[in-house]
Write a protein that binds this ligand. Structure first.
Ligand code: OVV
Length: 400
């Protein structure tokens, strides 16, 4: 590394995992975007990318920005991971290629079509009940209740013990950050929660025909070992709940906060698909993931060394004025495709069709029955080292 590059590297003292940053990340995102194409975060001795071009560039170059050293702050080559690494999220080719192929097939458009009727029926049922009730908590009663019903049903796990799914998600997504207060709180009851999750990952615990058992069918076809199949069921249970819970909560929040946008949507339900993308762009439920460099690499004139951690701020890329017009405006008519919330490249969200199905089913059911949303109190945030969303959204709905 040349002295010139060392001297000219942009530096920030920001802590992306502090309460202040997590509560209102946008001013920090702007400062990091303006600081340069890649910025050294002194607090952790890592790099951060906040511009759309560089975040996208890193996600589409898995040879230079690998996942096998972990996609959180912790470098698996230097410290032991808190759980055995995911064989899809925290893996590179060729392992990743083999595991990804199985989940791509199980979550293919044809497979999603099979889920649609049930997901729509459950959405209708839940929304009819909540509208009748008039007042409810948008988080517990809707954003949590719906995914916690339809997704475990689709995977094929028992009803008993599902209360462990959200605590496990909290462990997983907080663990991508530093060992801070949020990490410690999430890990307080880690043992029993982890044991329950692992007990649901075996062939014997899965219903025939479900998404989980379909993974074990890949063992019979010689694509995976029995242990690998269990690990991929664990991936479903790790990635499939909290992400959609936070996403649905953020969608509700946006509709309550920007009532004119809800009116536009109700008038044109064909906009629902795009509105989901705009929610993901504007209030990204997944704020960031890390990569680790596999070689020295130059980014916009700045030299990164080999084996360095890089924080990719998806949510900052989603509001980069270099990429978006009026980035801080929530606009359901905008072309929001190209946001980074699902990532992109070989690790781009494999379950995104399920997330889309869940959100579209809920928004469609709401559009039929709800003229407007009123906040009956201030929404309360739930802080998480990776996820952005709410603990409570006190709502009253005005029926059509
Ligand atoms: C995308 C994601 C998030 C969290 C966990 C996993 C995947 C996993 O594969 O375990």
């Amino acid at each position: 590394m040349s002295d010139q590059a060392t001297l000219s590297r942009p530096v920030s003292t920001a802590d992306p995992f502090s309460h202040g940053f997590l509560r209102d990340p946008y001013p920090y995102h702007e400062a990091l975007r303006e600081a340069g194409p890649v910025v050294w975060l002194e607090r952790y001795g890592i790099w951060a990318m906040a511009r759309h071009e560089q975040v996208r560039g890193a996600l589409t170059d898995w040879q230079t920005y690998c996942s096998s050293a972990g996609v959180g702050l912790s470098d698996f080559r230097k410290e032991p991971p808190w759980r055995p690494p995911s064989i899809i999220l925290e893996a590179d080719p060729p392992l990743h290629t083999r595991t990804r192929a199985v989940l791509t097939r199980i979550l293919s458009p044809a497979a999603i079509k099979v889920l649609r009727d049930t997901f729509e029926r459950e959405a209708e049922k839940l929304i009819a009940r909540l509208v009748e009730q008039r007042e409810f908590d948008g988080v517990a009663d809707l954003a949590e209740a719906y995914p916690l019903k339809v997704f475990p049903d689709a995977v094929g796990i028992s009803e008993e013990g599902r209360e462990n799914l959200l605590p496990y998600g909290s462990m997983v997504f907080n663990s991508f950050g530093p060992r801070n207060d949020l990490f410690d709180l999430a890990m307080a009851n880690a043992g029993p929660v982890r044991d329950w999750i692992m007990s649901k990952c075996s062939r014997a615990a899965l219903a025939p025909g479900g998404l989980g058992m379909q993974i074990f069918e890949a063992v019979d076809a010689g694509e995976l070992s029995e242990d690998e199949a269990g690990m991929l069921v664990r991936s479903f249970l790790s990635a499939g709940i909290d992400t959609t819970v936070y996403g649905l909560g953020n969608a509700l929040y946006c509709m309550a906060r920007y009532p004119e946008q809800w009116s536009v949507l109700r008038g044109s339900p064909n906009l629902i698909r795009g509105a989901f993308e705009e929610v993901l762009r504007f209030e990204a439920p997944v704020q960031s993931f890390f990569r680790t460099t596999t070689r020295d690499v130059e980014v916009g004139g700045v030299r990164l060394g080999d084996g360095e951690k890089v924080l990719l701020l998806f949510a900052a890329a989603n509001r980069d004025p270099r990429r978006w017009d009026r980035p801080d405006t929530f606009d359901v008519t905008r072309r929001a495709a190209g946001h980074m919330t699902f990532g992109t490249g070989i690790h781009g969200c494999v379950g995104q069709a399920v997330a889309r199905l869940e959100t579209e089913a809920i928004l469609t059911a709401l559009a039929k029955r709800v003229a407007s949303f009123e906040l009956t109190g201030e929404p309360e945030r739930r802080l998480n080292n990776t996820l952005r969303g709410f603990d409570r959204i006190p709502l009253r709905v005005v029926p059509v």
